[in-house]
Ligand binder design. Sequence first.
Ligand SMILES: [Zn+2]
Ligand SMILES: [Zn+2]
Ligand SMILES: [Zn+2]
Ligand SMILES: [Zn+2]
Length: 939
Amino acid sequence: MGAYAKFRRDLPTSVTQAIVGNSDPESADLWVSFREAVGSAGFRRTTVATSRLEKDLAAAEKHRKQGVEAFENGKYSEALSHHNAAVRLSPVSSITLGLTYANRSAVLFMQNNGKMSIADMDRALSLSLPEQMKDMIMNRRQRCQAALKIDSGSSWSRWLLSMITSTSRQAGKLRRKVRNPDLMTSTPKSGSPRGAGSKEGNSQHLLSSLGMENRRISEVLKDGPMPSALHDTATATDFGTMSSSHEGHHQPHMLSDDICLDGTDSLFTGRRNAVIPAAAEALTMHYAPDKGRFYVANRDIEPGEFVLNEKPYASALYASLWETHCQTCMRPAMAPLPCDSCAAVVFCSSNCKDVAKATFHTIECPHMGDLAEFAVRDGSILPLRMMTRKNLEYFRSRLDALHRIDKQRNKSVMSMPLMHVNSDEYLNVFNLLPHLGLREKYALSNAAALALFFTKCLVSSGYFGATPKLEDTAMISRLMFHNLMAFECNYFTLSQSGITEDHAYVDLDERGMAVFCGASMFNHSCNPNVTHYFLEDNIFCRANGVIAKGQEVNISYGQYFHLADREYRRSHLKESYYFYPCSCDACEENWPLMEDIVPPARYQCPKCKLSIELESLEEISTKSCSKCNTSFQPYVEALQQLKRDAENFVTEVHSGKLKRISDAIVALGNYQKALWSMSLRPNADYIMLGSVLGEFFVMESLPMLSPKQLCAVESAALHHSNRPVVVAVNNEFLQLPFFVDIWSEIYPNIAFTRLEIQNWLNGTVLESWLSKHLLDSSGYKTIHTSDVLRYATLFKYGGLYLDTDVIVIKSMTDLVNALGIESNDLINGAVMAFVKHHPVMKCCLMDILSKCVCAFYPVHYTEWPRLIHSDVDISAKALKETEESYLVHYWGRLSVDEAIQLNTPQALALLARKHCPKVSAAMTDGKLWGFNVLPVGQF
Ligand SMILES: [Zn+2]
Ligand SMILES: [Zn+2]
Ligand SMILES: [Zn+2]
Ligand SMILES: [Zn+2]
């Protein structure tokens, strides 16, 4: 019998009855009820023994041996998973742990994960091991470093060639590999609450609706070149050049195109919402007694616009993933770190481990055995995590506010408090509706018992200190009860969009549950105008159609009108979310299923909105409006043109020209807008366009380095084969492992690293600068971030810094303490070489510190078009001019829309063929794009 079952058995029913005994729980003063329950002798008598998932030396040793055996047979991934298990199961003090780290480092080394390998060796060395074994590891460590061309003296070489890349998503066009046509027919079921979603093939459906029926997508794919590509991050390249104040006329334009993945303003058209910072300013929160809080558009919102982007208040991994995924960030952990005490969980990095140790895991650790059992059965420990994320003091300080919210909720007053909705604030979680009055008695009583059980767990883990006070335990159990009751209606299933190891794009990989304060205020519609999806634990919400000013803005909780009939939808929604019959347009007007929406759609006059009872667009085009006399012909023609455009873009995207995805999104949106003004709803095409948009959003959101950027990396590696080339990526979403494996085989001197700004700045004068949040308030955050990072990099590590919009044409090892010069009076931050701690770099950092914003290097606009001119003479002249140069910088920002055409006399083409041969050879369409169409699989 599990701990919870025992607890329930021993808990007198009178205790839970004290809580739910009131016939009207909505009006009950739950605070008082919980105080009585927790204060009663019955509750105090029951106990919860700790049940950790214990370390197991014998099991660990067995796994380790199996790992060693698999390693000797060359089965590295099998070896890795055995060693991972051994690491998790080994007691910290055992020799097995040290041995396992040593063994695992060998596996990682064979898998070309030099950095992880060395980290494991260092862990092994720090543990108790026999001396001769330590010598052996030291030895191997040196060989490993030599292989990695890293000086053994420092963890990084003096020569650090760093390409700092950040991501812009709107400029960053697209991504996705079209190798598996079947994938194209599955719709992103991008995690709605409870994880339900559309199942049909939107792309296929769109193609049919665009007149390409009967053609399998795989056939369509055959038509075009079929690079297996992915997409891009575009332009992140040369922020340095753009930080120049002399280029004012480019800056605002470029920056308005910039979309950062890190939740800055530039994600949104316009500003962030002042009340709900996770949302765009275009949304306004409203309240109505029958629907709670909801969002309304305060201006017209364009198809594709971001309306919300948020990190969760709390998230919790499914118990089935505890051994393989990071407990803190939910990423799969390749070479995980264990908890020092329990064998239940792992972490992807020491950083995530520290976070967990400092907060939730220390509290949860002694009970992971109980919680695993509970989490397997009920799906998630999120209601508990919402407490363990903060400490007791945090909740104590909010007690008055919590009482106020409850009072207002009980009174069902007209206006709920429209407080500032900070995503990290529990008050906002508490403000979510628990729908107590609609629950069955037994459900309330179960939740009460669970809340008390969780509270008992917290008591035994020391959350309440040595002598828990009644008011504290009563408060926390009361809040836990709310968390449990609000669970089903308000929390989201976190599902991932991403790229698998075999480079295929996939939609779904459900990792756990999360609560988002801002996103949970979206109401449901069976015909939602916003698509939501997740990257790691971030939620992104984008308009999938026209949202007119004054319209409610909603997402779907998993029910879509075109997939299920109204009765089914309503009963499901009532069961899961306790709402009164869904009153969305599709339900009110009882729209037919998608396949029953008979084309042609019904139309209306685009001017006066008079409905037009004619069969087809062709027929309509010959007529004029009987009321306002508008001739329909131009409208119909425009509509048909927009349809053809959208059709072309979608076909292009599907045929592998993935760089067009953001163009496709725009084209689909334009066609949608035209349809919106001409047709009466429901219009099958309009809705299908929305679904395809949703699919494209997810594709677009997966960032990658572009071929142009990879060219910079390859040419640097080619000409510095005895130096490490480190590609530092300032983007937590970039799909690193995807290309790391492929690249490290061809150029073992290339290493990719994901940098974390604060870590990067530690040890520089800017160490505490980030906490001033000056970057966050910068209008040019991406550029400023890039500047700060490049100076910090060179200051800390020394080496040579290069932007990613260059092609290196000869070794630059003789450059020391040098800056790129564009002309007599201008220097350029795109190329910089300095020894560690050089005073110039220190000055740069001091400059940032004192001025807050930096525009250090003025760079003037140069004649980049000559570099891609197809005229032989112009090209030859350009080449002549670069002869003496180390590299060619081509102003990636300015030339972002131009491909390098490899089979032409363009200067850049010639240089690319010579200095980045692998990337060039891999481009089946003979073009190097700043967006990604890279057939990486062919390397
Ligand atoms: Zn992690
Ligand atoms: Zn633990
Ligand atoms: Zn509905
Ligand atoms: Zn009219």
